[in-house]
Design a protein around this ligand. Structure first.
Ligand code: CA
Length: 224
C-alpha cells in the first residue's frame, strides 16, 4: 500500500484530499504545520508528500529545503495558493517534483499523484550511459565520470528522457508529453526552468557540454 503524507493547515482541504486518496486505496497521514510535517517526512516511510506552501511554524519551501538537505529524495507535490511563476519556481528550486495551484479539482490532484508514484516505482533496469554520463535507474543516481551529480526525481526523469533520445532534437511538446504525465497546459516555460537546473548540475563544471538548445526547435543531448 502506497503511503502519502499531506502537510496542509487548512483542515477542510486536508481532509478532502485525504478522503479522496483513501478511496483510491492510499494510506494517508495528515500533518497541520511545517515543523511537524518535516519531522514526519524524515522519520516516516512515505512514497509521496503533498506539501502546502503557506504553513504555520515552517513554510513549505523551508520544509522542502530542509528535507532535501537531509538527503531525502521522496517525491514532493507542492500546493501553491496561486499559479504564480515566482511561487512555482521557488518550489521547484527547493526540489519539488511537481506543483498544483489551488483551487484544484480532485481528479487533477489524483492524476499528478499517480504520475509521481509511477515515476518513483519505475525503472528496474541496467545503467543508462552516454559519453561520460551514467544513470542508475534503480537508485536514480547520476555520474559524470567519477563525479556524482545529485538530481531531484523530476530532474532525473527529464535527464533520462534526454539520454534515451541522445542525438535527437526534442521539442518542448515531446518533453512535456513524455516527462509530465498529465495534460500540459499553459505553463510550458516550466521545461526551460528544468533544463536550466539540469544544465547547471550536469554541464556546469565540465568542459564538454551535453545539453544543447536548438533555437526554435527544442533541446538535444549530444557530446558533439
Ligand atoms: Ca496553507
Amino acid at each position: 500500500m502506497m503511503k502519502i503524507l499531506i502537510v496542509e493547515d487548512e483542515k477542510k482541504v486536508a481532509s478532502f484530499i485525504k478522503r479522496g486518496l483513501e478511496d483510491e486505496n492510499y494510506l494517508v497521514t495528515l500533518s497541520f504545520d511545517g515543523a511537524d510535517g518535516l519531522k514526519r517526512a524524515i522519520s516516516g516511510d512515505f512514497d509521496l508528500i503533498i506539501l502546502d506552501c503557506m504553513l504555520p511554524k515552517k513554510d513549505g519551501i523551508t520544509v522542502l529545503h530542509e528535507l532535501r538537505a537531509a538527503g531525502n529524495q521522496i517525491p514532493v507535490l507542492m500546493l501553491t495558493a496561486r499559479a504564480e511563476t515566482a511561487d512555482v519556481v521557488s518550489g521547484l528550486d527547493a526540489g519539488a517534483d511537481d506543483y498544483l495551484a489551488k483551487p484544484f479539482a480532485f481528479a487533477e490532484l489524483q492524476a499528478r499523484v499517480r504520475a509521481l508514484i509511477r515515476r518513483s516505482e519505475q525503472d528496474r533496469g541496467a545503467d543508462i550511459r552516454y559519453a561520460d554520463l551514467r544513470l542508475d535507474p534503480v537508485n536514480h543516481k547520476v555520474w559524470r565520470g567519477q563525479t556524482e551529480i545529485v538530481l531531484t526525481a523530476k530532474e532525473y526523469n527529464l535527464l533520462a528522457y534526454l539520454v534515451r533520445n541522445a542525438g535527437t532534437v526534442l521539442s518542448r511538446t515531446n518533453i512535456a508529453d513524455n516527462c509530465w504525465e498529465y495534460p500540459f497546459e499553459t505553463f510550458t516555460n516550466i521545461i526551460d526552468v528544468y533544463i536550466n537546473y539540469l544544465r547547471k548540475k550536469v554541464d556546469g563544471n565540465f568542459p564538454t557540454k551535453l545539453i544543447h538548445t536548438v533555437r526554435g526547435q527544442g533541446y538535444v543531448l549530444s557530446d558533439e
